[in-house]
Design a binder for this molecule. Sequence first.
Ligand SMILES: *Cc1c(COP(=O)(O)O)cnc(C)c1O
Length: 396
Amino acid sequence: MKMNDYMEMGEKYILHTYNRYPVVFEKGDGVYLYDVDGKQYLDFAAGIAVFALGYGNKDYNDALKDQIDKIIHTSNLYYNIPAVEAAKKVVEATGLSKVFFTNSGTEAIEGAIKVARKYAWLKDSHRTDHEIIAMNNSFHGRSMGALSVTGNDHYQEPFKPLIGGIKFADFNDLDSVKALVNDRTCAIILEPVQGEGGIYPATLEFLEGVRRLCDEKDILLIFDEIQCGMGRTGTMFACQAYGVLPDIMTCAKALGCGVPVGAFVLNEKTAAASLVPGDHGTTYGGNPLACAAVSKVFDLFESEHILDNVREVGAYLEKALDGLVERHDCLKERRGRGLMQGIVVCGRPVGEIVTKALENGLVVITAGTDVLRLVPPLVITKAHVDEMISKLELCL
Ligand SMILES: *Cc1c(COP(=O)(O)O)cnc(C)c1O
């Protein structure tokens, strides 16, 4: 079959919830993707901030193949070796205390919301009217709970009523958060670097201020590190660069580097006074195959010095993008940290640049309404950055 045949077949049988770009990727190698016709693309999207290690990492692939031959699934009624090993690594990397593995990011958010409500229910003599403060312009996922804390009317409107007790403050505006706090507030949820909303890093003042507020009032602070975590911004988790830790952290995307897996991670205080057996569960979550991936990802981050590479190449990328913004009137501003960067496009649709980039053999994506988003595999080199810039120049 030709590329067009696959696209037609996809449109015939797959529910149309995405306006897909006209390309069918067949395989990957390092930081390059290849379509059905064999055309090569430099990948600066990594499957939406997922494939951190690049395609075809032999150690990673072998670990998965070995696990497939041993056992793929058992269930959470029993212990399994990869889950136990992965859990230790997640807990140590986050600096928190206990982890629950999920199958996706949105499920990690659902779990975090349930933890926050249960914690408050226990603390406040079983009150059931607790509130959560979320941020405008945020993104936390598509299931009902996660959608309810996603500050985007367009995503929410057709699916109302959502879960109750959610209020929205402005990101990086501590006063707007304080104005919403009352004795029913049980949690504040935010992304340390907003991703889908358009790549907005939190200010240090804001994160420190929210942390202080939560400590004063025993409100749980939830950091959604699903996109900005796992080394993307130069520290294992974005909040670590700020020196601010949450009570609950959610993680997914690059956690399994392509195998569907997420997690919510709790500090000691929260883990000790929230979910107990019977409160929460999942059939697949934390299965041996997914956890073999997670476990290997943490090993490879260390042995391949991923964080060092993100810091070095991230700094180079920032400079290169700042130069690009200077040279082109249609680019207004660069925002981001490490290998999570956005450029604000003005005067022309950002989708048009993405399409042109694909024609030129470069994969980039959008964020918000007018931001070109660059979230490449974390193993890219400076030479890849140069190649990306010259391809992008052709589109501008
Ligand atoms: C992608 C994303 C999610 C949702 O994760 P899924 O795996 O798509 O459910 C939640 N929060 C953030 C910050 C994300 O980037």
